[in-house]
Structure formats: C-alpha cells, structure tokens
Design a protein around this ligand. Structure first.
Ligand SMILES: Nc1ncnc2c1ncn2[C@@H]1O[C@H](COP(=O)(O)OP(=O)(O)OP(=O)(O)O)[C@@H](O)[C@H]1O
Ligand SMILES: Nc1ncnc2c1ncn2[C@@H]1O[C@H](COP(=O)(O)OP(=O)(O)OP(=O)(O)O)[C@@H](O)[C@H]1O
Ligand SMILES: [Mg+2]
Ligand SMILES: [Mg+2]
Lengths: 228, 228
C-alpha cells in the first residue's frame, strides 16, 4: 500500500536548513500492522505526516496504493487523504468548539454521508472507546485521555484503508490503552485496515507485526514481532 | 505543605451537575514526592488544578503552606501560584508564538528577574532537558516530546517550592522520560522541592515516595514505595 523510496525532509529556520529525514526507504504492505519507534525528535511525526499526505517530502518518491503522490494536484491529494486515511494526531487536533459527537462526525460530513447515518456511526464509535455519555462535551470539558479517545474514534469512523496513529495511547492508563489497541486489532481483523503506529511503548509495539526504528533520519533497525 | 480536607469539585453542563471529586482528604508534606494514579477521567487533572490554585473547589478546605486558600483574593491567589508553584500541564500550554527560550523565561519575567539572568537560567534548563540548539524554535517547530520538555523547563526555572506535573513524560521515549525523572529527583535533593506527579506509568511512580490512587472521585488507595 505504502512505498517510500529515498524520502528526505528538511525544515528551514531562516537561513538554516535542518535535515530531519535523510533517506527513508519503507514499504508497508496492505493489511500490515507496523510500529515506528525512536527517540524524541527522531522524525517519527514528520514521517507519519508524509505518509498521510499532510506534508510533502523535500526529496524522494512516494507511491500510495500505486499512485505517485508527488504527481497529484492539491485537490487530488486532499481526496486521497479524506477517502483512504484515518489519523490519530499526537496532539489530537480536535475542533475546540465542537462536541465530541460533532468531532467524530466530521470525516463523514466531508464524505457526504447522510445526517442520521453520521450520528449513529459516530455515537457507536464513541461507545466503543468508552465514551458513552460524553457525546455532548466539548474538548475543554473532557480529560486528556478522553480527548485522545475522541481523536481515535474520529480516525476510525470513516473506515480508512490506512490508519496512522501517532502515540495513540500516550494519555491513557494501561487498561484504557490496551482497550484501544484491542479495538485497532479488532478493526484490523474485520476490515484489513493497514496500521502504522508511532509508539514509545514496547508493550504496544508488540501488538504489531513489524517494528521499525528511526534514528538520525534513517531507518536503523527492523524486526518482526513473533506471536506466541 | 498541602492540606486538603473534604475537597469536592462539580462541573456543570447546562442544568446537569457532574460530580468529579467527591471528598478528597490529602496531606502532602514539604519535600515529599507523591504520585497520583487512576483511570482516564478519574479526576487527576482536576485535583492538580485545585492544588495549584488554578481552579477553586466546589466544597471543602485547602491550606497551602498554612494559608487558607479559600480566603484569598484573586491577586493573593495569583501571587501564591506564581511564587511557589511550578506546573507541567498535560497539554503543555506553551505560548504558540514564543520561542522555547522565551517560553522558559516567562515565569522569571513575571518574577521581575533581570534580562541577563533570565536568559542564562532559561538556557541552562533547556540544556538540562536536552534541548540545547532548540532555543529559537517556536512550538510548531518542535516535536511533541520536545514541547513537553520545554514545558518541564518552564516549570522548574522559578525554583518552585511545589512542582505539579501532569503526565510529564507521556510524549517521551523511555530514555528521555527517565532523564526527566532523574532531573526531578536531582532538584528534589538540591532544593527539597515538593513534587506531586500524575502518571499512568508504574515505573515512574516507583521513583516517588508514596502513591495515591483516585477512583470515582475519592482516594481509594495509598501505598508507600519501598526503596531497594
Ligand atoms: N469543564 C468540564 N466540564 C464538565 N466535565 C468536565 C470538565 N472538565 C473535566 N470534566 C470531566 O471530569 C472528569 C475528570 O476529568 P480530569 O481531567 O480531572 O480527569 P483525569 O483523571 O485527568 O483523566 P486523564 O487521565 O484522561 O487525563 C472527566 O470525566 C471529564 O470528562
Ligand atoms: N516546522 C519545523 N521547523 C523546524 N524544525 C522542525 C519542524 N518540525 C519539526 N522539527 C524538528 O524536526 C525533528 C523531528 O520532529 P518530529 O516531530 O518528527 O519528531 P518525533 O520523532 O515525532 O518526536 P517526538 O517523539 O518527540 O514526538 C525535531 O528535532 C524537531 O525539532
Ligand atoms: Mg512526534
Ligand atoms: Mg488528566
């Protein structure tokens, strides 16, 4: 599904160039669950943003589902993103003035799903992440972990082909975190969703099939996770 | 240092009352390191905000350093906060348009510290959290874990008597997280700072002297941590 070749990403601070990704080669097969690990500042979110078509690389090539992402117009890029990809952002990116319900409905609204179906699907997912009763809270009326779970529900409601999750359990207690991972696995079994998850937690990475490690802008390690 | 008796906190959603804290009795001795644990949504941030004079309880009494917090004016409350308490917020609360350097200098600016001293102390703390070279990045030019460490540096720069840290390592890889905890311990030894830390991570809680557990708005468990 995801084919990255020689991906580079530089940031610019005034006259200074800051190379963050220095040549990433990575293939993620359809239906795979992949964990990305690495130290703070090693480029994980940067990589996820590129895979998710939220940012363009400085160099290299990226094919998503066979399409050369570099050749797409902005409109085509946004369409790839909206139809195929679900995001759980590191800092949630919830709409501050919208309720939990409305935040989760948002991808469906963009997809043109009718109101009654939007409402039912969003409420169902909020229940699955343990937030029944909180539908009408706006983000400031939710705890950190509750906000994170709204973000997770929003990422899943559109049944994406590719789920990108950036530290999806950082704000959650162990039990709630495992419930979320169990939900990802369940969806993976049901729909074959491809999952790329950034995590610092080895016990979460162990739920994936493969782990890659970033360091100094390149993939320095890869291992297959053995299932017992 | 911190004496809470019968603390209650209710939130209001329209006509509905949501009781979150239902009677918290808690004493935190000067120089103690205390961990607060509990499930997502159990009231940990709510409790920390009350201890930190950022929010008022609905009921109960709170004495900080012998002063009855309920009897203070807004000005006196803000003074208690600014002079005695350092915060690491769950969502960092950095100033989006200020550099890392300026964010860390901010408590010193409020305290009337001269510019040259502000600059030196902020730079020194950024170095201690591993962010030398990042002083001039604004938050959008920093990773999630880097932003968290700026927040930590800002909480410590004013040498607070009381440090309140809400999930201070959620965005950090294990090694960086342990470096931050080592920094808290070092400061605890040097200055005797009292630390109240919310964490979901038992391995971090194990660095504290005592752990309390919140559930359904009350303290349901307490244990002393045995040092090997
Ligand atoms: N302003 C508010 N209005 C209504 N309810 C609120 C408000 N703030 C928090 N709550 C609710 O109060 C409860 C406790 O919130 P709090 O942020 O203290 O939890 P927490 O223990 O810090 O959770 P987490 O581990 O997820 O950060 C939650 O159920 C939350 O939805
Ligand atoms: N807009 C930007 N301008 C300049 N530098 C940036 C920008 N965004 C990120 N960086 C830098 O690029 C590096 C990688 O950032 P990235 O957010 O990808 O790291 P990360 O691996 O996700 O870290 P974390 O685990 O802390 O979230 C960091 O050193 C960061 O300071
Ligand atoms: Mg990141
Ligand atoms: Mg919280």
């Amino acid at each position: 599904l995801v084919e990255l070749a020689g991906i580079k990403k530089d940031y610019y601070l005034g006259a200074q160039t800051v190379p963050v990704l220095r040549g990433i080669d990575l293939t993620v097969r359809r239906g795979e669950m992949l964990a990305v690990m690495g130290a703070s500042g090693s480029g994980k979110s940067t990589l996820l943003n590129i895979i998710g078509c939220l940012d363009l690389p400085t160099g290299g090539s990226y094919r998503l589902d066979g399409k050369d992402i570099g050749a797409l117009s902005r409109t085509e890029l946004a369409e790839q993103r909206n139809r195929k990809i679900g995001f759980v952002f590191q800092q949630f990116n919830l709409l501050a003035r919208a309720t939990a319900q409305k935040n989760v409905e948002l991808p469906l609204l963009y997809a043109g799903v009718p109101a009654a179906e939007r409402k039912e699907r969003a409420a169902s997912l909020l229940a699955r992440v343990g937030l029944s009763g909180f539908e009408h809270h706006v983000p400031t009326q939710l705890s950190g972990g509750q906000q994170q779970r709204v973000a997770i529900a929003r990422a899943l409601v559109n049944r994406p082909a590719l789920l990108l999750a950036d530290e999806p359990t950082g704000q959650l207690d162990s039990r709630t975190g495992l419930e979320v991972i169990a939900l990802f696995q369940e969806l993976h079994r049901e729909t074959g969703v491809t999952v790329v998850m950034v995590t610092h937690d080895p016990s979460l990475a162990a739920f994936c099939e493969r782990i890659i490690r970033l360091r100094d802008g390149v993939v320095t390690g890869e291992e297959r996770v053995e299932k017992p």
